[in-house]
Design a protein around this ligand. Structure first.
Ligand code: GYE
Length: 335
């Protein structure tokens, strides 16, 4: 009798072991068609107007893959109406989170109200918006354009200070041409305002011409070419992005002038071509604007998808590179 009981107990233990082993095997070989519950993010990008923008898109797509997020990515080809359509399609698709780069600051209230009515949180990235109700979006991560403008002014105050520019008296006023980014975009607005804040009270600096080059290299070239045809009396060019600056440098060369020497050049983004021009002495100051926001966008989106709150404003880390620095220490920018 005792032997039978022991044998029965052993058989039961063996049977349980087989069942547990098979269950574990099943977990590991779950059929492919059973998708893990992936967070779905709808992302509206403005287009591909600059190397900076392309790097920004690459950062977002790579981060989505690494984060195991399903990304619906739409390129608006520089049109706000295409962005609004994209956001509406994300709402219809019932994504977990909407994230987008607003090409301009205004005109978003209605579509953001539709997203709120659908219970979909919205993350603003890169550029800022103006809304009638602050709570129409959950938060922002991107660049501090006003600070970039102030840092541009700060460099010029040093560059034309008595110490660095003894015969400054010959340059009174110091004539500045400003080539702005896309009209109505927060980087253009911020870089314009911050620059003027930085020069406030310094009467010897005069902005003699300011116009939009839409962040495009071709427009930077065209504007500067036409301007130099008429007037070569420029001391400084303040350009809102490297793409336009590279076109400006081509125009300066074609007019027999030396960029960085005959005309001081201050630019924003810090794409590799601008860093290389800084090292060559063709640019005097490069203000970094960081495009690599993909990982932060994914972690903030996951928080929103889980019903957590996020910081209202988060500015990315940005450096300032000038002719006074040890330029050999600048890490490659990768774009
Ligand atoms: O400076 C420019 C891009 O929105 C901050 O847009 C971004 C700007 C950037 O086209 O290169």
């Amino acid at each position: 009798m005792k032997k039978i009981l022991i044998l029965t107990g052993l058989l039961i233990l063996i049977a349980m072991g087989i069942i547990i082993f098979q269950f574990l095997q099943m977990e590991q070989t779950k059929p492919d068609n059973i998708m893990e519950e992936k967070i779905i993010i709808g992302f509206s990008q403005i287009g591909a107007e600059s190397a900076w923008r392309n790097r920004n898109s690459e950062s977002i797509k790579n981060a989505a893959t690494s984060a195991g997020v399903q990304l619906l990515f739409k390129d608006a080809e520089q049109k706000q109406e295409n962005q609004i359509q994209a956001l509406r399609s994300f709402i219809a698709y019932q994504v977990d989170v909407i994230a987008f780069v607003p090409i301009v600051e205004t005109g978003w209230d209605n579509i953001l109200r539709e997203a709120r009515a659908a219970g979909i949180p919205v993350l603003i990235t890169d550029r800022k918006i103006k809304t009638s109700e602050e709570k129409l979006y959950a938060g922002f991560i991107g660049t501090d354009s006003e600070e970039e403008g102030r840092n541009a002014a700060k460099f010029l105050l040093k560059k034309f200070s008595k110490a660095d520019y003894p015969d400054k008296s010959k340059k009174n006023p110091i004539r500045i041409v400003e080539i702005r980014g896309t009209e109505g975009s927060s980087p253009a607005e911020g870089r314009t305002a911050g620059f003027r804040q930085g020069l406030e009270g310094h009467q010897d600096f005069k902005i003699i011409y300011s116009t939009s080059g839409d962040f495009l290299r071709s427009k930077g070239y065209e504007i500067m070419s036409k301007y130099l045809d008429k007037n070569k009396k420029i001391d400084v060019i303040y350009s809102h992005n490297d793409g336009m600056t590279l076109g400006i440098i081509d125009a300066i060369h074609e007019h027999g002038l030396l960029p960085g020497k005959d005309i001081v050049i201050v630019t924003i983004d810090a794409e590799q071509a601008a860093i290389d021009a800084l090292k060559k002495g063709e640019i005097n100051c490069v203000l970094e604007c960081n495009p690599n926001t993909g990982p932060d966008i994914m972690s903030l989106s996951k928080k929103l998808a889980n019903g957590e709150s996020i910081p209202r404003f988060q500015h990315v880390h940005e450096e300032v590179f000038t002719e006074y620095d040890d330029l050999s220490s600048i890490a490659p920018r990768g774009y």
